[in-house]
Design a protein around this ligand. Structure first.
Ligand code: PMV
Length: 318
């Protein structure tokens, strides 16, 4: 039996969410320990192709007309690839997808599924896939889900490396020093497209104020990048706190995120901010070292985090 596998990481945005949609830089990093996996098996070619999303406990036939709504994303990705002239047979394979990335929490679950499917289907039909093409195709798919995505999510997921990203420009891969991050899920789901649309209408109502706020966020992304590369914990933490102050001002934080941010800072985190679109989803805190990360994680759990994750920036590529 012929089996192929693929796996992609979650991501978080360390600096620049929202402002990145308006041309400012963002810094995003992969969360290498939280991943989505796919396995594709060639079966008897007379057998119908089947997609199994094991964490969602859904199995359906690829050729089916009615697709369960929970796997709409998977289905859209497959149809998209067919529209890109990729010949995916309707029989003879079984695809298993499993994702540990919480859905709708700012950890890139949709980008991860897009990148994962593009990658594994290319492997399956033996078509080489350059990084630029992976990023371009996954960006097209992101547009289905978020309307006007900046492209930062699919870029960091596709590269699996920290990136410095400006919309419409070539991204830069970063080589940060070692940092220990703790991510807390506040338990509230959010729709990125809705929050981005709200920010867009606020921007339309007061372009001067929002333009200045975005500019300040961009400055922090530029500064934060240097702190990452220089291994400066204090500087990085301070920049994260400042970014959070600006995110509050653009009205994308919420009580549940603030509660986790306070808990992390009380536990001695160097800095903490929401990550992703906000109004729910996740926050990220910078711990001093691995042991301290355990304390921060415990503090988030005690404060009611629905889920918490520890990750360090340098793992596979140190
Ligand atoms: O919440 P997420 O992971 O979808 O991140 C959204 C980031 C935004 O900057 C708010 C939107 C974007 O397209 O960059």
């Amino acid at each position: 039996m012929h089996t192929i596998t693929a796996s992609v990481p979650a991501k978080i945005i360390l600096f620049g969410e929202h402002a990145v949609v308006y041309g400012q830089p963002a810094v995003a990093v992969p969360v290498l320990d939280v991943r989505a996996h796919a396995e594709m098996i060639r079966i008897d070619e007379r057998e119908t192709a089947v997609i199994h999303a094991s964490d969602l406990e859904i199995q359906y036939e690829f050729a089916a007309q009615k697709i369960p709504s929970k796997v709409k994303h998977i289905d859209e990705a497959m149809r998209f690839l067919i529209r890109q002239q990729m010949e995916i047979p309707e029989t003879g394979w079984r695809l298993d997808i499993r994702s540990d990335i919480p859905i709708g929490r700012g950890m890139g679950s949709s980008a991860a599924i897009s990148v994962l499917l593009i990658r594994i289907m290319h492997q399956f039909v033996s078509i080489p896939l350059a990084m630029d093409d992976l990023i371009r195709l996954s960006y097209e798919l992101e547009k289905y889900h978020h309307g006007t995505p900046s492209g930062v999510d699919n870029t960091v997921v596709a590269t699996s490396q920290p990136v410095y990203f400006i919309k419409g420009e070539p991204f830069e891969l970063l080589e940060p020093a070692q940092f220990h991050l703790v991510i807390g899920d506040c338990g509230i789901g959010k729709k990125t497209g809705d929050v981005v649309a709200d920010v867009a209408s606020a921007y339309k109502n007061d372009e001067k104020k929002y333009g200045e706020l975005f500019q300040c966020i961009g400055d922090l992304a530029r500064f934060g990048r240097l702190m990452l590369e220089n291994g400066d914990h204090e500087g990085l933490g301070a920049a994260m706190n400042s970014n959070q102050t600006l995110l509050r001002q653009i009205n994308v934080s919420c009580d549940e995120l603030e509660n986790l941010i306070s808990a992390a800072l009380s536990a001695g985190a160097c800095g903490a901010k929401l990550c992703g679109a906000g109004r729910g989803g996740c926050m990220v805190a910078l711990a001093k070292n691995e042991q301290h990360a355990g304390k921060v994680k415990q503090a988030l759990d005690n404060a009611g985090a629905a889920n918490s994750f520890y990750t360090r920036l340098k793992q596979e590529f140190q």
